[in-house]
Design a protein around this ligand. Sequence first.
Ligand SMILES: [Fe+2]
Length: 235
Amino acid sequence: MAVTTNNKEIMNTGWHFGTPVYTIEKPEWVSSAIKATDKYIKASEKSMQKSLKERKKFLGNKDYLKVKDHGLSYHSTPLNGDPDLKELEQYIGATSWNLLDEWGYDMSLYTMFYTEFWVQEFAKQGGGHHSTHVHWDNHISGFYFLKCNDKTSYPIFHDPRAGAMMTKLPHKDKEKISQMSDQVYYKPKPGTLIFFPGYVPHEFAVDMGVEPFRFIHFNLQAVRNIIVDTAKGMK
Ligand SMILES: [Fe+2]
């Protein structure tokens, strides 16, 4: 409660500039999405052999065997247009448009496009992670989790307001999430689908390598229809 000091009056509080993180459970697509993405992970493991060979050369065989693929991630090529992921791709695209529309933006003037839609699996030897980042030039970002449990990595979101971050103070209870928390984490299950605004910095906690950790990451950009239409005319 916002109480004044002298007269103990309660002030009206207007909380503004909040940041939504949306979650929904879609377990029904997990097994087919794992099956569909197996080939991409296999291809990535194959293409990563070159990097692992370089690592081996740099470290020497003895030290290489201590770490192998520790800290790496197996990233796929774009999944867009894969017929086995069509329903998921359409669902994410349409939902992203809906979210921007719900925020009050005039989406009649815009069309959503995927800029990134890829699968990744963290290293078998553990250490897989992503440091804090945003995917610039996008409006909606998100994840669909395929392989994870309470022993694997998980996403952490940071307060996107740079000014707010600069003026934070330590919390009395660090476990308690408040409007002034500087970060929040989610422990996903296979099938957890998360959407968030593209400006939200996010990271992935260091994975211990106990169980496989695989997820699809996506970013979408709203492009003005006038640009889309002009581009069509230029073909
Ligand atoms: Fe990301």
